[in-house]
Design a protein around this ligand. Structure first.
Ligand SMILES: C[S@@+](CC[C@H](N)C(=O)[O-])C[C@H]1O[C@@H](n2cnc3c(N)ncnc32)[C@H](O)[C@@H]1O
Length: 323
């Protein structure tokens, strides 16, 4: 390492140590996105909105759409489609969601996906959503509860639920933002999953690379643009990662993981390597390219610790790839 790089690292380390005193709110942001943290006070107003019984759940304000889509109709459609894909994959794996007892979405934001599990919740399945974004969680609590239940959590890999509580945990574009703590999150999810429970999540992987590089199915790009907030947003995101040397390393398969950004990370994984590395407690069922817009989806089953170690000796062994 050059003297200049060493000096830079020392300076960054010193600044890091000073930061909690100089800007404590940045530390808070590291734990969650607190509601109204620039204000002295806030309160939760009554009355709570009554949840309509005709299936028309209230729509969150656009600032809580998590930058998905340019219109309410496509925002609703995209969530409906993602949930339909997940339900198909679960059923194909022998675990239909309607037959489950408890379901958890991690990173539920303002409910783009969870709202399409209304029939499941009305059928008696306990459905929870958690997120670090408390403003979105508060909106969900005030507008989608008690049909669904919500809690604000933190970036720390902890889920405030008992061991073995859930039959399914899912996270759409969650592990696209988690890097250092990914393994700790998979461990924590394993703790709260019942034996045989399912873990379903989306990821940017080598199928997404094909799409970023313009080699995806031509008839799907309009949908990819719309989901990410329009063509200009898509192109600026793709330009951002393409300009990164670590992305290029990942693209050439010289790295199995790539992360870019500070507050909002963009993470990519080689799905085969990732599923193989999780064989200590998860058995892969399926990997679905474009199961979640341009992201692939992965369906795993929680197995007792250590029992999968022999089964996955080659990348992606035994994994069904659906389209
Ligand atoms: C790209 S959005 C996806 C929202 C939602 N899953 C969907 O498909 O519409 C990612 C969400 O994950 C949340 N998030 C990121 N890291 C998290 C973590 N460690 N625990 C819980 N939520 C997290 C963010 O606050 C954000 O709401």
């Amino acid at each position: 390492m050059s003297i200049k790089d060493q000096a830079r690292n020392v300076a960054i380390e010193r600044l890091r140590k000073l930061l909690p005193q100089a800007a404590p709110e940045l530390e808070l942001l590291g734990q969650n996105f607190p509601h109204g943290f620039t204000r002295d006070s806030w309160s939760r107003p009554l009355p709570l909105g009554a949840i309509p019984t005709d299936g028309d759940l209230p729509l969150p304000p656009e600032e809580l759409w998590a930058y998905y889509c340019t219109g309410a109709e496509s925002w609703l459609d995209s969530g409906r489609r993602d949930v339909a894909t997940m339900r198909d994959e679960l059923t194909a794996s022998g675990a239909p969601i309607e037959e489950m007892g408890r379901v958890l979405e991690v990173g539920s934001a303002s409910g783009r996906m969870i709202r399409h599990l209304e029939d499941v919740a009305l059928g008696g399945v306990e459905v929870w959503g958690v997120d670090i974004w408390s403003t979105a969680v508060l909106w969900c609590q005030d507008n989608l509860s008690p049909r669904f239940r919500f809690a604000t959590t933190t970036l720390i890999p902890h889920l405030p639920f008992p061991d073995g509580h859930f039959d399914l945990i899912y996270g759409g574009s969650l592990f696209t933002h988690i890097d250092d703590l990914a393994e700790a999150w998979f461990l924590e999810m394993h703790r709260v999953l019942a034996p045989g429970g399912r873990l379903y999540f989306s990821i940017n992987d080598h199928s997404s690379v094909e799409i970023f590089e313009g080699r995806g199915p031509a008839d799907r790009y309009e949908e990819f643009y719309e989901r990410t907030g329009g063509q200009a947003e898509w192109e600026s995101f793709v330009r951002l990662i393409q300009g990164n040397a670590d992305y290029q390393r990942f693209r050439r398969r010289e790295a199995y993981m790539f992360t870019q950004g500070k507050m909002m990370r963009h993470v990519m994984w080689d799905t085969d390597v990732l599923t193989r590395r999780l064989d200590w407690g998860y058995k892969p069922h399926s990997i679905t390219p474009m199961g979640y817009g341009h992201q692939s989806t992965v369906l795993l089953e929680a197995v007792p610790f250590g029992s999968g170690a022999e089964g996955a000796t080659s990348a992606g062994a035994g994994v069904a790839a659906s389209s």
